[in-house]
Design a protein around this ligand. Sequence first.
Ligand code: PLP
Length: 415
Amino acid sequence: MARLNHLFSKLSQSYLFPEIEKRIAAFQNAHPDSRPLLDLGLGDVTEPIAPSIIAALCKASLEMGQLNSFRGYGPSEGYPFLREAIAKHDYVDLGIHPNEVFISDGVQGDMGHFQELFASDSKIAIQDPTYPLYLDSNIMAGRTRTLLKTGRYGGVTYLPCTEDNGFIPSPPQSAVDLVYLCHPNNPTGTPFSREMFKKWIDYAKTHRAVLLIDGAYSAFITDPKIPRSIYEIEGAQEVAVEFRSFSKSAAFTGLRCSYAIVPHALRLFDFGATHSLHALWKRRQDTKFNGVAYPIQKAAEAVYSEQGKKEVRAQIRRYLEQAELLHHGLTTLGMTVYGGTNAPFLWVKTPPKTSSWELFDHLLHEQQIITVPGQGFGQKGEGFIRFSTFAKPGSLIEALARFQSNSSFLAGASG
Ligand SMILES: *Cc1c(COP(=O)(O)O)cnc(C)c1O
């Protein structure tokens, strides 16, 4: 008799996005004649893939149909041409060797799988609020205890990201084994400073912990004082794995290509010997992964061509300009707004005595605008909602006009 993995039943039932969909559907059923909804909640890009990248994708696809250029299985860790381009362009002067770059089909999968390398009773720490992947994949692996009434899980070290600490947590007093840090954090839009990364590197060295850095939005970091990579800080190669994706930076959400940096210097002492995480991850990928499609890796390589770089930078600039526009508009209405300068998200405080779901409902019903309630990203996300600037430019302008025409609620007046 097949039996189920009972750990799946521990996952939170009220998963955020299905609940949002449900409320939108209910609104639309009740108001079939409503003006169009404006979606400012998107976690997916809205601009298409840039022309030079599509050209590379098509060219490589045609190669696959010719006898002398056809390619079958490639290396599980990716083709050297892409690994070299990444090391050369994204890690200039940081001493990352192409051999330390593992190509994959998404940060989602990689960060969900990487924990397989560690003991099942490893203690994890996650930011609160943050992207739900880190917690849920560890629930599935049995690293959490029971779901508490607060919505938190026993056995997990939560790292509060609040207004008081600028949404960037310091290391805890207690020892943990695996630390998930999202840089810049989705949903708050805040990146780690060099000083804060340094504190975490010191912590990891002291407790022999491993830092798992989600850099899905690193390309949006524009402030020169903010490190794009944790490897800009000394000692990081001994304690940190960094995951990055072409998804949000180059519109690859539907193509699927990402990479993980697993430095050779990252070694763990266990069973009386030191072990290389690089070797373990290589073994894991060789067993369970057969690599990313050749045309997609060629498309990713084109992101680093002169033309590709130009096009991709312009896309990111447009998203950040939209963020600035929205930031300005909401601030003018009297709202308290964070993020948006180094990330495509704004983290907006709800009016007094208004929960994040209440503000979500208000915006849906009164203004026909879709957002994401902060509570869905963790207990400390309560009191905030997330706006995304992955939106059509016209819909942002229209949203601002709607806010202005009905702004008393947002500015904190009752009702
Ligand atoms: C979108 C997103 C991902 C998913 O990245 P893929 O490479 O498309 O799997 C991972 N982490 C964060 C924080 C994200 O927002």
